[in-house]
Design a protein around this ligand. Structure first.
Ligand code: TXA
Ligand code: MG
Length: 341
């Protein structure tokens, strides 16, 4: 029931874009690639269209959506002003994997986009397909990741199909996404700009441009989740995930313990662990190449569901640079649990 059109293919490209634009104008949803993950888009000014996103994903209504634009000028239509730090970030990082939380102009977007908050998350994606679509449509597009709520975000069109086939009319297929983790979310409405969700644009990169940046810690999030989405369980395969020390010996011992309990084990880890005797091994690439690990993580988590593994082990990464975003997602997938319990 869900149609897929490849835009890498010259003969279907033009038709694909035209169909996507027509569907969005008609108040339907369309999945499309961005440089981070695939998004499920709808016209951000159309409340009925936006409702279809929540329905298809099974997403809680209190979790606001990110609005995507094809040009910077577009944001003036739905924000009251652009804080100075936001201006610097736009110059330095757009188009790119950085979502800015800005003050929302009342009654400018569909109410359900921002879930009743007086702020709105905005970004200009850096993917040629996303930009082409947004520039043809000339309207802001509300788009969360195109997965069923709680699942890892989709990094290729097949993942979107697996989660949403029959629930959405159309997928624009632009191949695998580049970064593989969702955008950094930066709150520009607080006195000190605050990272609500770590991503491809790191704290170090932001501080070079705007000076001091805060990072909301998991404990802050539990007390008062400022990015409402961060309080929900996320990214989890069916089998429980456990974080574990990044040591060959400790991992091998853990697997032996689990095998004695007749449990099958999947290991999601960098190549240095490939010699470990385990039932299923999903590599995240070379240990020092964090960008590569980010790119492969969600597919690895999804692959666990194709196995009969009872337990998933994930040796931890350093939290430097993109490692901070990788660990943020792994901690969520594991609900913070370490092995042994
Ligand atoms: O890379 C991405 O950001 C992808 C692609 C499709 O652009 N989108 C994405 O959207 O990850 P989503 O809905 O899965 O995550 C949006 C996050 C959630 O944690 C949400 O709570 C937060 O951004 N958010 C959105 N609007 C907000 C607001 N006004 N204030 C605080 N947090 C907000
Ligand atoms: Mg999401």
């Amino acid at each position: 029931k869900t149609e897929i059109a490849s835009v890498d293919n010259l003969s279907t490209k033009e038709k694909g874009y035209a169909q996507a634009v027509d569907l969005l104008k008609a108040g339907e949803t369309v999945a499309f690639p961005t440089e981070t993950v695939y998004g499920l888009g709808a016209d951000a000014t159309n409340e009925d269209a936006v409702r279809k996103i929540f329905e298809a994903k099974g997403r809680p209504q209190d979790n606001p959506l990110i609005v995507h634009v094809g040009g910077v000028e577009e944001i003036l239509a739905f924000t009251t002003y652009i804080p100075e730090v936001a201006g610097f970030c736009i110059d330095a990082f757009w188009p790119g994997p950085l979502t800015l939380i800005l003050p929302l102009k009342p009654n400018s977007l569909a109410k359900n986009v921002s879930a009743g908050l007086d702020s709105v998350g905005v970004r200009m994606p850096e993917h040629p397909v996303a930009l082409e679509l947004l520039r043809r449509l000339k309207r802001p597009v509300a788009a969360p990741s195109a997965n069923r709520s709680g699942k890892p975000s989709p990094t290729n069109a097949g993942h979107v199909w697996d989660d949403l086939n029959g629930k959405i009319p159309f997928i624009l297929d632009g191949g695998a996404t580049g970064i593989g983790l969702e955008s950094t979310v930066l709150d520009c409405t607080s006195d000190i700009p605050t990272i609500l969700r770590p991503g491809g644009v790191t704290k170090e990169m932001l501080e070079k441009v705007i000076g001091l940046v805060n990072e909301s810690k998991p404990t802050d999030r539990e007390e008062a989740p400022r990015a409402p989405g961060m309080k929900y369980a996320h990214y989890a395969p069916n089998a429980p995930v456990y974080l574990i020390d990044s040591s060959l010996e400790i991992v091998q011992e853990a697997i032996e313990t689990l095998h004695k309990e007749q449990k099958k084990v999947a290991l999601i880890a960098s190549e240095q662990f490939q010699s470990v005797a385990v039932d299923y091994f999903f590599t995240l690439g070379k240990e020092e190449q964090l960008e590569e690990a980010a790119k492969r993580l969600y597919e690895a988590l999804r692959n666990c569901d194709e196995t009969d593994a009872d337990v998933v082990l994930a040796p931890v990464f350093s939290k430097n640079g993109v490692g901070s975003a990788i660990m943020n997602r792994l901690e969520k997938a594991a609900s913070g649990n370490w092995f042994p319990l």
